[in-house]
Design a protein around this ligand. Sequence first.
Ligand code: BV8
Length: 234
Amino acid sequence: MSIVILTGAGISAESGIGTFRDAGGLWEQYPIEQVATPEGFAADPDLVHRFYNARRANAAQAEPNAAHRALAKLERQHTGDVLIVTQNVDDLHERGGSQNVLHMHGALNRATCSACGHTWPAPTEMHTTDPCPKCTAPSTRPDIVWFGEIPQGMNSIESKLRTADLFVSIGTSGTVYPAAGFVQSANALGLRTLELNLETSSGAFDESRTGPATQLVPTWVEEVLSQQRNSTKR
Ligand code: BV8
């Protein structure tokens, strides 16, 4: 069974990384337009670098939780493919042991150059005047997909959905497109769809389970692995 898993800020919430839209979420402290759009970056790059420097520090302090670790166990022990498509820009999936992770909204620990497209591991703090290590232009930015920009890996995601059997959405409000539309694509392609979230985001899923990710995800992973063990015994 090939599984595509979409994760959002909710899977990292219990690691202490703020979500976007829960009470007191990140976007309430910073208007999206100012810190997560190309226009906002052009208008005040110092503010945007401060926003991402703070988030990079916050993510570095955080530890992967039981949900991240359960998905890594699934990837190791499940006989079918497991792809994690994450909207998150933290590296908790990788630090929790997952290897097949696609950051469709970019990553805090990666930087890119607007002039030549070069990408490299981001320093702890980025500043507006940092020269690109490749072309030396002072046009470096966080390798993050802002609103109005095209998400990364869309072709891979779409081709993976076409051959998968199960689509699981974990810890996302289903607010941001195109990620929020993946469940519709999965339904149209005949995949089974499952949501594991603190609250039900939409009626689009075959099954929705509500609760914290650190409880729902390990339980679900154990179900998948025991079904796999039982089917191999027969
Ligand atoms: C695109 C990086 C074209 C930044 C992010 C009008 C004008 C312009 C654009 C648009 C428009 N209308 C629509 C759009 C498109 C726009 C969009 O969707 N806007 C929304 C606001 C309506 N999208 C875009 O611009 C995208 N690009 O469309 O390009 C295109 C498309 C396809 C093909 C070609 C071209 C780019 C969007 C990417 C923006 N960048 N992140 C950064 O991180 O700083 S989005 C940002 O929101 C994060 O990535 C975040 O992951 C994402 C979604 O939020 P969630 O992860 O869901 O987090 P949220 O707080 O919302 O929800 C948390 C959930 O967890 C909740 O449900 C909660 O109940 C649950 N939870 C909480 N605790 C727990 C829990 N669950 C379990 N356990 C817990 N403990």
